[in-house]
Structures are given as C-alpha cells and as structure tokens.
Design a protein. Sequence first.
Length: 223
Amino acid sequence: MSAATQLSYGVPMRGGWWFAPTMRRATATRMLISGISYLGFQSDRMLVLTEPHPLEMVLRDIERALDAGLWYLALAVSLSIPDICSLLELEEGWSNGNIFAAWFDKHVGKAYTNFTGEDCYKVRGGVLHKGQFGHKKLRYDRIFFSISPSIVLRETMGTNIGGLPGTVLSLDLILFCRTMVKAARAWAKATESDPIVVANLPSLVRLRPDGLPPYIVGLPVIA
C-alpha cells in the first residue's frame, strides 16, 4: 500500500500518542476519537475531519451567536440545552419540567443563587413558545438579561425598584449562555460511555456535511 493511500489515527494519552494501525483511507474517514472530535494523521500533518461530537454543532452556534451579537438567538438555544441533554439520557419518553429542572440544578445550579432549574424551565417556556419572559407561575414579577461585554453582573435581585412593586431578577446574558455551554460540554464528556446517550446521539439534529444518505448525498444538511 503506497503512502498516498494510507491514513493513521492517533489518540492522545499520558506521555504521548497511541497510534492505531495504518488503514485504507476509505475505511478511516469516520473514526470517532475521544468522543468529542474526529482527528486523523497523515504523514506529519494532522487532519481535522469535518464532523465533531453531535452536540458540538449546537454549542458552537451559541458561541458564534454571542460573538456576532445575536443575543436572542444565543439565549433561545442556550435555554434548550437542558431539554436536549436530559432527553439524550432517556431510553424512551420525553423530557418534561421536572427532568429539565433536575438537569439544570445538577449541572448548572451551583453557578446561581436565585435562579433554579424550575425558574429556568419557566423562562425557557416563555421565550421559546411566547417570545417573552413572563410566566404565570414564575416567582419573579420581572426577569431580564443584561448585556455588557465589559461589565459582568452574574445575577442581581431587587424589590420595589423605581417605586414599582414586585421582585426583579437580572442575569448576565453572555455569562449565562457560556455557563450553559460549559455545563453541556462537561456533561458530554461525563456521558461519553453512557450506552443510552451513545445510542441516542445519532438522532440528534446537527450539521451533516456529507448529506443524509440515501435521501441526499454530497450536500451539507441540517438533519
């Protein structure tokens, strides 16, 4: 086999890299390494293949939205993360408020004092279904997200502000979105060997660079 038709794969390990036997390019193009990205080595050059961990497309889109100042988009998708991750953990069935709140409290809750998984679920429902933060069962009279790249106000709470009755909670939008992304990546790493999560990941909506055979081939799709 000529060098031009060979591809070797390496896995990072303590003290160096472990290399799998060289194999033909056709059989190596979709080999999953580390559960987070596809990596390949050809001669002395590293090849980064096009398809990352299925959840990464969602998380990277949130980061790109923040970088581009698309605040509503970043927030809406961030609010869906507990739904996505908690559903991937289920063998069957559908996520609900209790499951959503439990995932948030376990993986994100330590970052906040006055914002719980139950609060997040109600905000998520208002934003995704009605385009507003208000919810008849929300324990705050008003909640909003501040936007300032230079001033970070993780969460602030007040009452009777400006002479108006009620309790108000403010969260930093950029920090909230990045906290959700960080939690999702940590969760993905912790569950990379979970048989239920592994079985559900192929069905996750994501970028498929080569299409969705046999329906469409050679054209990137979201599917």
